[in-house]
Design a protein around this ligand. Structure first.
Ligand code: KIV
Length: 298
């Protein structure tokens, strides 16, 4: 049994999420990018683990999500999926991995399922992306949509800002959401959408919506692991709630370790291994003369 413990109950499936929406049970999703993250999310009883392309910023130190590559995302997904046994694991399709063609989207979706152990993929946008959803779902790959603030196209949206704040834009979001549901998405992330608009979209769809900065009317909520734990130094968005300051704790621990090494306080007796006296004596006696001489000069 892992030191973090185990969540009781069977693995969360795509149909389970639809059932949760019907029962009015809120869905908990969090991002994770490695084995301990997946383990901890599982132990905490999280329903869905998203291996988000936010990894490009939170763990790979890039300025945006755009540079994330398939190879990077496959490696991170594989690690998180090993840890997250009960939660549904969703891999985020990085920029460039699905925009070009249905075939390209399918090839990369298959990689996530076959090579990385993902149970579903997520992709941003609607319009031409609706056809990508069709082809992925047609091949048996579950797809989560993502509308509103879609960070991969932040430049086109005029930056990281709320979306759907006019009647016309809110109407377009609703149309896009319906198109994604009709194309076969099993769930939809709504990012930085005004709360009443997100609630209305949620009410119109039969698939669950997962909100981030979109109010309490969504069927579930997601936050980025590093944001909610206080591990990311960049400026947090308005919708982030910090549940811990792990970054400060880690830094303090590392400073204490460094101080102990420098002062000689670490390692102590309990951190070292012994050797029987006679073995040590034989070892010392067997040292080459040159080494023994240099030892005796010390
Ligand atoms: O990449 C990511 O982490 C995401 C979530 C913010 C929904 O897309």
């Amino acid at each position: 049994m892992s030191r973090y413990g185990q969540t009781p109950g069977g693995a969360v499936t795509v149909p389970d999420l639809a059932e949760m929406k019907k029962r009015g049970e809120r869905i908990v999703m969090v991002t994770a990018y490695d084995y301990p993250g997946g383990r901890l999310a599982d132990a905490a009883g999280v329903d869905v683990v998203l291996v988000g392309d936010s990894a490009a910023m939170t763990v790979l130190g890039r300025d945006s999500t755009v540079p994330a590559t398939m190879d990077e995302m496959v490696m991170l997904t594989r690690a998180a999926a090993r840890g997250a046994e009960r939660p549904l694991v969703v891999a985020d399709m990085p920029f460039g991995s699905f925009q070009i063609s249905d075939e390209e989207a399918l090839r990369n979706g298959v990689r996530f399922v076959k090579e990385a152990g993902a149970e579903a993929v997520k992709l941003e946008g609607a319009g031409p992306m609706v056809s990508r959803v069709h082809s992925l779902v047609g091949a048996g790959i579950a797809v989560m949509g993502h509308l509103g603030l879609t960070p991969q196209s932040a430049a086109m949206l005029g930056g990281f800002r709320a979306q759907g704040r006019t009647a016309e834009k809110a109407g377009r979001l609703l149309e896009d959401a319906i198109a994604l549901e009709e194309a076969g998405c099993f769930s939809l992330v709504l990012e930085a959408v005004p709360a009443p608009v997100a609630a209305r979209i949620t009410g119109e769809l039969t698939i669950p919506t997962i909100g981030i900065g979109s109010g309490a009317g969504c069927d579930g909520q997601v936050l980025v692991f590093h944001d909610l734990l206080g591990l990311y130094e960049g400026r947090a968005a308005r919708f982030v709630k910090r549940y811990a300051e792990i970054g400060t704790e880690v830094r303090t621990a590392l400073e204490r370790f460094a101080a102990d090494v420098r002062s000689g306080a670490f390692p102590e007796e309990e951190h070292t291994y012994s050797i029987p006296d006679e073995e040590l004596a034989e070892f010392e006696a067997g040292l080459s003369p040159r080494r023994a001489e240099s030892r005796s000069r010390e």
